[in-house]
Write a protein that binds this ligand. Structure first.
Ligand SMILES: Cc1cc2nc3c(=O)[nH]c(=O)nc-3n(C[C@H](O)[C@H](O)[C@H](O)COP(=O)(O)OP(=O)(O)OC[C@H]3O[C@@H](n4cnc5c(N)ncnc54)[C@H](O)[C@@H]3O)c2cc1C
Length: 421
């Protein structure tokens, strides 16, 4: 099965394979939200920047996600404060609260065509315990000035067209996009401003000779004073000193054929994007062609693929009994970078070289903000423009064991749950 976003995305800007030896002021490795947002900011400041991507623009998580543009992180603001201290937490929360505005403004400014629907998102309570969690979250967010609203189960039913939930947290600032079109839109804007894109060019070595970096692929290299490593959960072929450390968790999505106008109007009539409070969470949304897209934890390139697809069919049936799904037209999965404290990390990998990773499944807003901020830091050298302090390294323990645990747990859960008699 194919990725819906690939089938419906706007085209990428021109790019070529990296061959021969070239120079740039900044080399960005990885063309997702982070790398493309950084390249855009640098190119706009007339910096000679190139982006080197192993596959195609948006190949990683940026071209595979749900497309929910949310403010803040998964972690509750108070927990962020407990981890980072008041000042650092305030800076991070303030910057990420503005994330939907930043993303939607960029889309408008650069005239990107990416299925924008700014009707908010709904974080839904799968059980009474989930509703209590939402109440706690709402209290903290409202205290921080967020214009969110806690909805009763009746109000949630009206917005969703399903009575499966015990209430929801509605964030009107948020919305949905076609994520692959957005990352390609960022790349197109960066390219127009002068950034150079090299695709099908996997970086194998990253070395510093005391003066500058040499970023080498099998067929070419770029010498640059500064480097941004934006390879996140898709990091491949780099040595361990530059490998970000995280727990890889996979998330899969399935899209129906277009539902037809009558049925489509009964589901999310205002077109919010939805996810829920369950431990093995799920999400759903519509696309611009009235396809219903459902997602849950799991990978489609592993032995659990059939269980995940069967679960998705049952899940849709339990949410919207009128939707008849014999088979899905599209199915795909992607990898998220999860960290122990659920916070992203900016790490220094050498002089003038930074790596960012670990958006923990919320990277459209954060990727855009962190990428732009990394560029600002390289432009001015002022660390206070970054959403987080720079760390020297970040290590996670038992990464693969934890990753297996999530995949096996999700497979078992999907085999057992949401059965419709
Ligand atoms: C299934 C799924 C659903 C999600 N849903 C949402 C959502 O609804 N909302 C939200 O905000 N976030 C969501 N996320 C998270 C979000 O998609 C990611 O956090 C974000 O895309 C990360 O962007 P990035 O640019 O940092 O990394 P990526 O988009 O992963 O880009 C990294 C790039 O680096 C390249 N690369 C790797 N190694 C090399 C190398 N050696 N040389 C050259 N290039 C290399 C890769 O090919 C890749 O293209 C989701 C993630 C997944 C997987």
């Amino acid at each position: 099965m194919k990725n819906l976003w690939e089938a419906t995305a706007e085209p990428s800007p021109e790019s070529e394979r990296l061959t021969g030896n070239r120079n740039a002021e900044v080399a960005v490795i990885g063309a997702g939200f982070t790398g493309c947002a950084a390249a855009l900011r640098l190119a706009q400041a007339s910096i000679d920047v190139c982006v080197i991507e192993a596959e195609d623009i948006g190949y990683g998580a940026s071209g595979r996600n749900v497309g929910l543009v949310n403010g803040g992180l998964w972690v509750e603001p108070q927990k962020i404060e407990a981890e980072l201290g008041q000042d650092n937490a305030q800076r991070l929360n303030d910057m990420l609260m503005r994330a939907p505005d930043v993303v939607f403004d960029l889309i408008e400014k650069h005239n990107m065509s990416c299925e924008v629907t700014r009707a908010g998102t709904l974080y839904c309570a799968h059980a009474q315990s989930g509703f209590r969690k939402l109440e706690r979250r709402a209290e903290q967010l409202i205290a921080a000035g967020a214009p969110i609203k806690l909805l009763s189960s009746d109000e949630a039913r009206e917005k969703i067209g399903s009575d499966a939930f015990h209430g929801a947290l509605f964030d009107p600032r948020a919305g949905t996009i076609q994520p692959l079109s957005y990352v390609r839109g960022l790349a197109k804007a960066a390219s127009k401003a002068g950034a150079k894109f090299y695709t099908r060019s996997r970086v194998n070595t990253l070395t510093h000779d005391g003066l500058q970096w040499r970023v080498a692929t099998s067929q070419g290299s770029v010498s640059a004073k500064s480097v941004i490593l934006a390879t996140n959960a898709y990091t491949a072929s780099l040595d361990s000193a530059t490998m970000p450390s995280f727990v890889p968790i996979h998330y899969c999505q399935f899209a129906t054929t277009p539902l037809g106008k009558d049925l489509a109007h009964t589901i999310l009539p205002e077109r919010q994007g939805v996810w829920d409070t369950a431990t093995v969470m799920s999400s759903f949304r519509m696309d611009n062609n009235d396809r219903l897209i459902v997602g849950g934890i799991g990978r489609l390139d592993g032995p659990g693929a059939r269980a995940h697809a069967a679960w998705a069919r049952r899940k849709l049936k339990s949410l919207f009994p009128a939707v008849q799904v014999q088979h899905f037209e599209f199915g795909w999965s992607g990898r998220m970078a999860i960290t122990g404290d659920r916070l992203p990390k900016i790490a220094r990998i050498g002089p003038g070289a930074l790596m960012v990773h670990g958006y923990n499944g919320r990277g459209i807003g954060p990727g855009t903000i962190f990428g732009t901020a990394l560029a600002d830091y390289l432009l001015g050298g002022d660390e206070s423009v970054l959403p987080l302090p720079i760390v020297d390294q970040h290590r996670e323990s038992f990464r693969l064991l934890k990753s297996c645990f999530y995949e096996v747990g999700a497979t078992v859960f999907h085999l057992l749950s949401a059965r419709v008699k």
